[in-house]
Design a protein around this ligand. Sequence first.
Ligand SMILES: Nc1ncnc2c1ncn2[C@@H]1O[C@H](COP(=O)(O)OP(=O)(O)OP(=O)(O)O)[C@@H](O)[C@H]1O
Ligand SMILES: [Mg+2]
Length: 341
Amino acid sequence: MTRKTIPYWIRLTAGGLIVAVLTQVLFSDLDLIERWHAFAVDHEDWELDELPLIFLTLLIYVVVNLARHLGRAADLNADLHQEVCNREVAEAELKEAISARDAFFAAMSHDLRTPINGIKGFAEIMRNETFGPIGNEKYREYAIDIHRAASLLDGTVGQVLDVSRMYREGELKVAVEEIDLCSEIRICRDMVAGWTRADGPVSVKLECRSAIILFDQALIRRYIVNLLTNALKYAGPDAEISVRVVPDADGGIRLTVKDTGVGVDSAQVGRLTKAFSRACTNKHEYIEGAGLGLWIVKKIADAHGCGLEIDSAVGEGFSVAMTVPADRVLRPSGDCLTEAA
Ligand SMILES: Nc1ncnc2c1ncn2[C@@H]1O[C@H](COP(=O)(O)OP(=O)(O)OP(=O)(O)O)[C@@H](O)[C@H]1O
Ligand SMILES: [Mg+2]
């Protein structure tokens, strides 16, 4: 609420005039004006008569302007004070909203993930026929479908939570850990092994030069899993999926996740790293996704000072390459390990 008062400079000028009148009334017996007049007459050739008028005019001018500027400063000060109060209120409301949002995400993470994990777990038991054969082949297929759908849902919830955390923290905070890149890649491949494609189990070919890099462990996993699940979701049947780690000319290393699948129009590649962006193609129409995976992948690469290159063309597969700079490579790529799973 803004305070409405008489402008300060009017109040000050009025105050000044009152003081001037009072001075004249109280000190009139000093007869200053007569004395000045006598002095001016004695020194007629100095032409002093005009001076008091000029001084008075100048004085009034200075006082009025001073008062006006002081008044303006006081008004600005009052507005500033009001603004500070408003901001304090807004800040308190924002803090409240942020803690409500954090509580919401924490509850969402728990309340959604717990039942999803339950569904996934039981579907897996049925799919693997752990307690004996299912009998009817159709039921086995349904169990596989339930497991795949629950995994997708789990992935989407994970993406949304990740994105909210990244937005919340602004700049992505990364831990500096010594990571054996090839063993992380193998762990990630095992993590997505349960993501069997509709047409059967998938093989992910590895071609890794062993390398120790400085990276955030949770984030390198998030990075690789995102790209592998994309390849599993979009590449299509018969596509080969591979992960390669090779040294580059500058002492860094290049990690490439590639598939030989359907790919996307090369003109669309540039915008796929924007949040909620998906390729416009009828090939992906029925594949679920929020359009956040590549956004997260780019954030992770940026936060570690790594370059990211995405290449694709229709019918020519999809490849994402991250260049880890030399100052993040502790042990340069060594022995080559090639395996298919
Ligand atoms: N390997 C790939 N082959 C073909 N298209 C791909 C491939 N990877 C990504 N895309 C295209 O890029 C889009 C963006 O991928 P991104 O991982 O960001 O989102 P998403 O997979 O749709 O959803 P999310 O990862 O959030 O579950 C996808 O919707 C798809 O159209
Ligand atoms: Mg994705």
